[in-house]
Ligand binder design. Structure first.
Ligand SMILES: C[S@@+](CC[C@H](N)C(=O)[O-])C[C@H]1O[C@@H](n2cnc3c(N)ncnc32)[C@H](O)[C@@H]1O
Length: 260
């Protein structure tokens, strides 16, 4: 992977042709994964914005049908100059259809990279925190220059919205996918001082059961769509729904509050 240079080092501000080594006489474009933050368009970094505006091609994930959240987040910053690649993901839990979509998307992107055009890929939150960008990265990093611009992760954004530090002093903090089975979830939560339980969705009942067993329900806070217009949060004990939206998480600390 290519390190991100400063503008003075002919980094992201320099045209692709000035940055890329000649390979077989051709100048290849760079794939740039940018973190666009958790939802509020103001939570994109200046660097990500600069890269977004400089690249001619824009790729982003989208559901099977309907609008892409990632594209909606950056929409206020777009000026219409991009060629767009919409990567539609089937809404299934099976691994294979998704892998086929990433294969296809990587080849679509490669066409532009081969032609010397930089491709910016939008990633909600941070690209390397459970980001689907990792799957494109894996397919392209050995063949093309790749750069990553970190973003504000939903995990830190949720803590900020809840006004609750994630961890302090010697706390061990863990990110725990709610998709784990009950025993694994319990084992992970037992080991740490604090956790962000992500991918809550239809796993809410199982997560509740584990937190109840560990006597942590009163310490758990639920938050959905943090920093988006429909943001909502409450103590988990007061959230009575059977399932949660995809963009939701639970923050829990064994002392109740990290600074206590
Ligand atoms: C595949 S992970 C992607 C995480 C992302 N790369 C990041 O750094 O925030 C998706 C999970 O992140 C959490 N998430 C992302 N955005 C969120 C938001 N705005 N509010 C609450 N949870 C969010 C949810 O738990 C969701 O299921």
């Amino acid at each position: 992977m290519k390190p991100i240079d400063t503008p003075d080092d002919q980094g992201l501000d320099a045209p692709a042709s000035a940055r890329q080594p000649a390979i077989g006489g051709a100048q290849r474009g760079t794939l740039i994964g940018i973190g666009i933050g958790p939802g509020d368009p103001d939570l994109i970094t200046l660097k990500a914005l600069k890269v977004l505006n400089a690249a001619p091609v824009l790729a982003y994930p989208a559901p099977d049908t309907g609008a892409s959240l990632a594209r909606a987040i950056v929409a206020p910053h777009l000026d219409g100059h991009h060629t767009e690649i919409c990567i539609r993901m089937p809404m299934v839990t099976a691994r294979f259809p998704a892998q086929e979509v990433y294969d296809w998307a990587a080849e679509e992107i490669a066409v532009h990279l081969d032609a010397g055009r930089d491709v910016v890929c939008l990633c909600e939150g941070d690209p390397f925190v459970y980001g689907s960008f990792s799957f494109l990265f894996a397919r392209l990093v050995d063949r093309y220059p790749v750069e990553v611009v970190p973003g504000v992760s939903s995990i830190t954004a949720c803590a900020a919205v809840l006004g609750a530090p994630l961890a302090t002093r010697n706390d061990v903090f863990s990110i725990v996918p709610g998709t784990l089975d009950m025993a694994a979830l319990e084992a992970q939560l037992e080991r740490v001082d604090a956790a962000a339980i992500i991918k809550v969705g239809r796993h809410l009942a199982k997560i509740r059961a584990v937190l109840t067993k560990l006597e942590l329900m009163t310490n758990a806070r639920y938050i959905e769509r943090a920093t988006m217009p429909a943001q909502n949060s409450m103590p988990l004990a007061e959230f009575v729904a059977e399932s949660a939206p995809y963009f939701s998480m639970i923050l829990v600390h064994k002392r109740g509050l990290a600074w206590n």
